[in-house]
Design a protein around this ligand. Structure first.
Ligand SMILES: [Mg+2]
Length: 335
């Protein structure tokens, strides 16, 4: 599985060995990991397999001027874990392919693997395969994660119905604000910067939702709330009404937006890469979700309603007026 590139073969194997120490919880499921032509993995009985992959390209998805190799590995892994969370699943195995330029040293590769391991270990995810090749220009990382879910327990984008309540975990817009600080070379707010460079997949929250069959649909917020809710609405054939006054915003984001004379709501609507979970809850399950929130087992906020499709995607603004939901439109209205 591993081709030898510019990095020495022994160094590479050392990197991989360290990165691929299999966490205890998943050991019995890895019959063969790195070292053969393919990994041999044992599915858990009664579960379906979830598979997701993400390709990250230098200068498109990340900037090495302000991202360390460790952070890059961490984020690449976490983005994939977040997709499994969005399906209500448990991530189990990760494979990583790298295309390295002449700039990357064996230390850099090791740092990338360390970042991957830091994301995977707490989640009980085993790194079971990889490949490396040379790239003439930019660095590329392709991560694949396999997870599993109860046979009919996976959360789809297509399950939302009119009358369902809409919730989101955590806070929105932080990662976009962190990226702006990094691009401006201002390391003034470590919370926002960490939210951009080292996001957290909402795996525990996903598990609560999946175990209790509490959500009718879910997606992770990778492109911004206004864009991602559109996927749920299209797949489910519904509309939505989001209340801007209820969007969860961190105090750090409010401060950042104020300093830039921008509305924090615009960050929440269009800011990408927060990796929070956006999910819908049928009326009969709302009390159970609210109980989880009260007991602090689920950190989530109700932000609106699913409506019939003909009503479209709408937003209640801060002033209480209802308008079409578009991230851009909101920004313009605020001038
Ligand atoms: Mg996603």
């Amino acid at each position: 599985m591993i081709r030898q590139g510019r990095i020495g073969e022994f160094e590479l194997i050392r990197c991989l060995r360290r990165a691929t120490a299999i966490p205890h919880g998943v050991q019995a499921s890895v019959l063969a990991g790195i070292g053969d032509d393919a990994a041999i993995l044992k599915p858990r009985p009664g579960r379906v397999i979830l598979a997701t992959t993400d390709l990250l390209a230098e200068r498109v998805h990340f900037d090495l001027a302000f991202t360390s190799y460790r952070q890059l590995g961490y984020k690449a892994a976490m983005a994939n874990l977040s997709d499994i969370a969005a399906m209500g699943g448990v991530p189990r195995f990760l494979l990583i392919a790298l295309a390295l330029t002449s700039r990357e040293t064996s230390r850099d590769v090791e740092a990338m693997y360390e970042g991957i391991r830091a994301a995977c270990n707490p989640a009980g995810v085993a790194v079971v395969g990889g490949d490396m090749s040379a790239s003439r220009t930019d660095l590329f990382l392709a991560v694949m994660v396999l997870g599993d879910a109860a046979r009919r327990g996976a959360l789809r984008r297509s399950g939302a119905r009119a009358g369902d309540r809409l919730y989101v975990t955590g806070t929105l817009g932080d990662a976009q604000a962190g990226l702006e600080l990094l691009q401006a070379r201002k390391r003034t707010n470590s919370y926002l910067i960490t939210r951009h460079l080292m996001p957290t997949a909402r795996l525990k929250e996903a598990q609560h939702l999946a175990d209790g069959r509490l959500a009718s649909a879910a997606i992770d917020v990778s492109d911004g709330l206004a864009g991602d809710i559109r996927h749920i609405c299209e797949e489910s054939g519904v509309g939505c009404l989001i209340d801007a006054r209820k969007l969860p915003l961190s105090p750090q984001l409010r401060t950042h937006a104020r300093a830039r004379k921008r509305d924090p709501i615009a960050y929440a609507l269009s800011g990408g890469e927060d990796y929070e979970l956006l999910f819908t809850v049928p009326p009969a399950k709302v009390a159970r979700v609210e109980a989880l929130i009260r007991r602090r087992l689920l950190r989530a906020t109700p932000i609106g309603l699913i409506t019939p499709r003909r009503q479209g995607l709408r937003l209640i603004g801060i002033d209480g007026s209802v308008r079409p939901l578009t991230a851009k439109g909101y920004e313009h209205r605020l001038g």
